[in-house]
Design a protein around this ligand. Structure first.
Ligand SMILES: [Zn+2]
Length: 117
């Protein structure tokens, strides 16, 4: 892309491995993922925030507040935060996190393309 902008874009450099939301590492570290914080609890936990997000992702899509969105379906939540989401995220959540999600009734599917819908 040759498009030049006057202002640098915000550093959207990590994608949540659970819902695919893209934010900066600082946002994830300080506030967790707006969608998944209630189940992942990685705010203020630098190590966990790193383990649950990935710097490698593809295919950004802007998602609005549509309730029938795949993101909401995936997470089985009524509403989710509008924003940028990655279609594909490399990496997998750590086993203990997955176990934790399972206990909470959340069916985690890696978003790295290894599992087809
Ligand atoms: Zn998330």
């Amino acid at each position: 892309m040759s498009l030049k902008r006057g202002r640098p874009a915000p550093k959207l450099n990590r994608a949540c491995m659970l819902c695919g939301m893209v934010q900066s590492m600082n946002q994830f570290r300080n506030e967790g993922c707006p969608n998944c914080e209630s189940v992942l609890h990685f705010a203020d936990n630098d190590e966990l925030a790193r383990e649950c997000t990935s710097p490698t992702f593809e295919g950004l899509v802007a998602v609005n507040g549509n309730k029938s969105s795949w993101v909401a379906r995936w997470l089985r939540i009524e509403s989710f935060v509008p924003g940028l989401y990655a279609v594909k995220v490399s990496g997998k959540l750590p086993d203990d996190v997955r176990e934790d999600l399972y206990q909470q009734g959340i069916d985690y599917r890696p978003r790295d393309g290894s599992v087809q819908d």
